[in-house]
Design a binder for this molecule. Structure first.
Ligand code: D5M
Ligand code: FE
Ligand code: ZN
Length: 477
């Protein structure tokens, strides 16, 4: 090996390996030449440490490529299947008729889910409870239309397709559960009639998640979870995002394994979304923002598949479920082979791992109306959603819901990963085997957020090994 003929940094790296007693195969040079010179020293040191630990004192091209994830990367699977996307299903029924169909469908879907539970065997319609005798336990199900805490009781009003009923909760433990119920969520309640002609709850049962086997990828393909880019806003962290895309294309051993990037909405900042927004936009039109989006994403390497849904700042419609970014604006993205534009919410399988993506608009209403929940712990809100098996239960508050004839916000399948954004705070949790990820943002704190006390954690990429479910954070701030 003629060290004098090599570039200085490669020469130094090889000299270092030789000085540690390593035998270097000449075919290593070719791979070393592909590595950024500034990273070489660190890579060689790490490799030598690893090899010394294994007591193997030879380095050939294959070892090096495996270590860098190049070889491995080539053999990592990147299969995907879009399991659910509302874009083509959106119809919008009209007015009252539409909403009555929507709630009938919500009731039917959730009743079907809860019917797998043994408690449901004695289920009765609310109207038929009027004839039960005192002390007989009855079981009903329906949507929670009211929830009131009064001195030492909680009052719930439950509505099914036949009627509605008020149920009183006395028990301390049960009161906590009742207070955590989301308005318009579906529940099953076991209750007994009281002497005064009312009903008292004995247990509250949610649709929830059954025990099940979690899906894993067979190979260690990694997925990166992002959201809330807000391109067009002067607060979009362009430099940090560029660092991130550069890292994706680097020889870093984790970056090499990234096969998927998922973005949970608020791709652009939009126009006219909040008062005086025009003063905070560097790209003032939706067209210019979407063009900029394409430019920013273009730096993601082509071998990575990119999945994106829409959020409340994106064009299309505001009401849930939302369609994908319109093809008329983003023909280039639609045409790119490795890009998948989907509506909100959508489900995609990555090497068999089911990922439910939802922007997370409903979190605003839930945080406002449910004791014990807050913006700084969005994964806790996600836990409530998954137990309710519904992504946006509260109707008639801030989150607009379209009068579709089918309720596409019911969580019919249990995901392996539940991915949301909107809150701009990175938060993680696990619930009965499902990994809950709120993926933060790439927009620094806006004036509006400061005024309402929201402290975002922007510039962080959440990375998941789809085989082991090991989670990494990478902070680009
Ligand atoms: O939402 C960014 C953050 O701001 C997120 O935490 C929700 C919060 N937010 C958004 N709109 C409102 C309103 N109207 N009231 C209170 N909090 C809100 P983004 O969708 O990116 O604007
Ligand atoms: Fe956002
Ligand atoms: Zn949002």
């Amino acid at each position: 090996m003629y060290l004098v003929l090599l570039n200085k940094k490669i020469g130094a790296a090889i000299k270092y390996a030789l000085s540690k007693g390593f035998h270097i195969h000449p075919n290593v040079i070719q791979t070393l030449e592909e590595i950024d010179g500034d990273e070489l020293e660190g890579i060689i040191r790490d490799l030598i440490r690893e090899k010394t630990r294994q007591r193997l004192f030879r380095i050939n091209q294959e070892d090096l490529e495996e270590f860098l994830g190049i070889k491995d990367g080539g053999t990592l699977q990147n299969n995907h299947l879009i399991l659910n996307d509302p874009t083509k299903k959106i119809t919008s029924g009209e007015g009252i008729d539409g909403y009555s169909a929507l709630f009938t469908d919500r009731f039917a879907k959730l009743k079907k889910i809860i019917s797998n539970r043994p408690e449901s065997k004695t289920l009765k319609s609310i109207s038929s409870t009027m004839v039960v005798k005192l002390k007989d336990e009855v079981c009903i199900c329906g949507l929670v239309t009211e929830r009131k805490s009064e001195r030492n009781i909680v009052k719930l009003v439950i509505e099914d397709l036949s009627s509605s009923i008020e149920v009183i909760v006395f028990d301390e433990e049960l009161k906590k559960e009742a207070e955590g119920l989301l308005l318009d969520q579906f529940v099953m309640i076991k209750m007994i009639p009281t002497k005064s002609g009312g009903y008292m709850a004995r247990s509250i049962i949610l649709p929830d998640v059954p025990d099940r086997t979690i899906n894993h990828s067979e190979t260690e393909a990694h997925a990166v979870f992002l959201s809330d880019l807000h391109i067009g806003s002067k607060y979009f962290m362009e430099r940090e995002f560029e660092e991130f895309t550069k890292w994706l294309g680097s020889t870093d051993s984790v970056a090499r394994k990234v096969k998927f990037v998922l973005i949970a909405g608020d791709m652009v900042d939009g126009v006219g979304i909040y008062p005086n927004q025009d003063k905070e936009l560097v790209f003032p039109t939706i067209e210019s923002q979407l063009t900029r989006l394409e430019e920013v994403l273009a730096k993601i390497p082509d071998h990575i598949k990119v999945f994106m849904i829409t959020g409340n700042h994106d064009p299309g419609r505001r009401a849930l479920p939302q369609p994908a970014l319109p093809e008329k604006y983003n023909k280039n993205l639609w045409d790119k082979e490795n890009y998948y534009l989907m509506g909100n919410p959508s489900t995609v399988s990555l090497n068999g791992v089911k990922v439910l993506m939802f922007h997370g608009q409903s979190v605003d209403d839930i945080v406002k109306t449910t004791p014990g929940l807050s913006y700084d712990k969005p994964a806790k809100v996600m836990k409530h959603l998954i137990r309710a098996r519904h992504l946006s239960p509260i109707y008639g508050s801030q989150t607009p819901i379209a009068p579709e004839t089918q309720d596409m916000m019911v969580m019919e399948d249990v995901p392996d990963v539940f991915h949301t954004g909107h809150v701009h705070v990175v938060d993680l949790d696990m619930y009965r085997g499902t990994l809950l990820i709120n993926s933060g943002a790439w927009q620094s704190q806006t004036g509006f957020q400061a005024s309402v006390g929201i402290t975002p954690t922007p510039g962080i990429a959440v990375i998941v090994n789809l085989k082991t479910f090991k989670v990494y954070y990478k902070d680009f701030k």
